[in-house]
Ligand binder design. Sequence first.
Ligand code: PLP
Length: 394
Amino acid sequence: MERKSKSLETRMIHGTYDRSRHYGSLTPPMYQTSTFSFESAEQGEARFVGNESGYIYSRLGNPTVDTLEKKIADLEGGEEGIAFSSGMAAVSAVLLALVKSGDHILVSEGVYGCTFGLLKMMKEKFNVDYDLIRMESEEAILSKIKPNTKALYIETPINPTMKLVDIEMVVNMGKQHNLPVVVDNTFCSPYLQQPLAIGADIVLHSATKYIGGHGDVIAGLVVGKSEFIQEVRMTTQKDIGGVLAPFDAWLLLRGLKTLAIRMDRHCENTEKLFEKLQEHPKVKNIVYPGDPSFHQYDLAKKQMKHFGGLISFEIEGTKEMAQKLMNELTMIQVAVSLGDAETLIQHPATMTHAVVPEEEREKMGITDQLLRLSVGLECPDDIWEDLEQAINKI
Ligand SMILES: *Cc1c(COP(=O)(O)O)cnc(C)c1O
């Protein structure tokens, strides 16, 4: 039987790129240009009024960026994609396109810190209201949907407590109330989780993380229905201007080719590390969706292909001991971000979540003893050896 389309792994490599239009160049060329010459004044006019398709100016479209946008749309299973200069440029362009002054957004608790900062700013400056809630049941969501609610915005899993949101449940609520569902899919990448296939309307990424995968680019991607993406393209992207540079698009196209094998390795390494951490007497309260006793293990299995490359744990001891552990590491790097080849460790209470008031932090489970690892692609034995020797020194 003939298959309709190639598998995701293969499409990450070949995808929608048409070599015949680029001199057969195996890899997509980088069009490092700000503008495009017209063959005549009339052609310029035709491009501007939309009677002829073609490039005009790289803030409005660029062939390298375009190749990336088509590829991510294909991988997420959506109609159209759009690329941004950062994950936050993507988040802000999407939210600003969805709401106007007086509207309300319902957001899952624990979203990325700068997304929270943006919501606060939109509320203070533009009178766009929001509620942050634990989206654990239909009732919980229903009780916060208001007549002026314009979108449901979720992130799953969240950092650093790995709490999940049931995408299918939120999608059902969105459909019942005619509200678009936006999913920040950064932690999973399209390889591990496909929100659009579950029925979400818009999926977005900090491509800085797993999609880039090499710690060398800051970028954002969004996929959704053509109508919505076109609106974003002509308003909150064109006029605010957070466009992706051709070189950065080129780096992401390169990163995407190995996404599947990298994700497999991130997931395998994390699983191995989980087993080791579990046996260590100084380690407690490991949070990892792949832990069969994790309270949302079944949900993780339902909506994720594997359990991801992030794991958090607490150590017996104090904040100073957590910091000492980090300082004793010789290979693992002390850094925020995630999804890189290098294993990274961070201390959420004093780094990514330092701005969250202590009381709130404790409620979320972000204690002074909590550490978060973004497990890299190194040999898992080497990762554990480094971590174990550092734990043993505290
Ligand atoms: C990093 C991150 C962002 C922001 O992306 P940038 O590329 O840093 O602007 C948004 N959401 C999540 C879940 C992230 O991890």
